[in-house]
Design a protein around this ligand. Structure first.
Ligand code: SF4
Ligand code: MG
Length: 285
């Protein structure tokens, strides 16, 4: 039996709801492998999710599970972390769940630097709830609520997270699960708020609406349009000019680690310190 099977809940929760060819199963497997390779006690790990296709992932995994309401995983998860700081708290969310409905919780979690890992499954659309346009739907692409194409640019989840103060920010893809696993290991192991965006494919809703082909074509698209931060910098130094960056990146997106700040004060520890100070003052009075 593989490591993956050992962490699933086949009897109680399968069959799963995901469509054939969906990228979410690949990402789930990377999450399990990352937790396993970190050697974490499964009874000290909690997965918190909102609503949507991605938010079903914790249901299938044998860790503590908190399946909450749409967009609110990052409203619940800090409560868990603050009451039980010894737990590894991992939020699993989708693009709509994280940066539309839950956008306010997302930016304030980044700002607070609370020790939680948030994994954003980005399939560029609301899948489960009907194919509505999401903040990460690319400009011009169709959704059920944008039948003539989305007007306006897409949110960049990683730039949003970094700008709001997350101390670990990275992006991986379903087409490269071994890279994704390494990013997850670093992100989960990071002390502070980590965001790992995982580009996923939704062949059934987004793919069909936008004539992207089946899962194989969509995975090939991810492979052909992504470039690691390391190869980007290597190409840049070979070309020897900053102005070359736009040509290297044309039509492509970066994967890898964008931010990793160590030693930044963490929210739960700051809060605890304040409580100790207040208790000390009261006892001295
Ligand atoms: Fe995956 Fe899309 Fe199906 Fe949801 S609707 S399970 S994201 S393929
Ligand atoms: Mg989505």
């Amino acid at each position: 039996m593989s490591v993956i099977h050992d962490y699933l809940r086949p009897k109680k929760k399968f069959p799963h709801v995901w469509c054939a060819g969906c990228g979410h199963g690949t990402i789930l497997a990377s999450i399990i492998r990352a937790i396993h390779s970190l050697g974490l006690d499964r009874n000290k790990v909690i997965l918190v999710s909102g609503i949507g296709c991605s938010s079903r992932a914790p249901v299938y995994e044998d860790f503590h599970t908190l399946h909450t309401t749409h967009g609110r995983a990052l409203a619940f998860a800090p409560g868990v972390k603050m009451s039980k700081p010894e737990l590894t708290v991992i939020v699993i969310t989708g693009d709509g769940d994280a940066v539309a409905i839950g956008g306010n919780h997302f930016i304030h979690s980044c700002r607070r630097n609370i020790d939680i890992t948030t994994i954003v499954f980005n399939n560029s659309i609301y899948g489960m709830t009907g194919g509505q346009v999401s903040p990460t739907t690319p400009e011009g692409d169709r959704a059920t609520t944008a039948p003539y194409g989305k007007v306006g640019e897409a949110f960049d989840v990683c730039q949003l997270a970094g700008g709001a103060g997350a101390t670990f920010v990275a992006r991986g893809t379903a087409v490269n699960p071994s890279q994704l696993e390494k990013l997850l290991v670093r992100g989960i192991g990071h002390k502070g708020f980590s965001v790992i965006e995982a580009i996923s494919q939704c062949p059934i809703i987004y793919g069909r609406l936008n004539k992207k082909g089946g899962p194989v074509e969509m995975l090939k698209w991810q492979k052909d349009h992504s470039i690691t931060v390391e190869s980007f910098h290597a190409k840049l130094s070979r070309m020897g000019a900053d102005k070359a960056s736009s040509s290297i990146l044309e039509g492509k997106f970066l994967t890898g680690v964008f931010t990793e700040e160590k030693g930044v004060p963490e929210f739960c520890e700051n809060y605890e310190a304040q409580v100790r100070q207040l208790v000390g003052k009261r006892e001295a009075a």
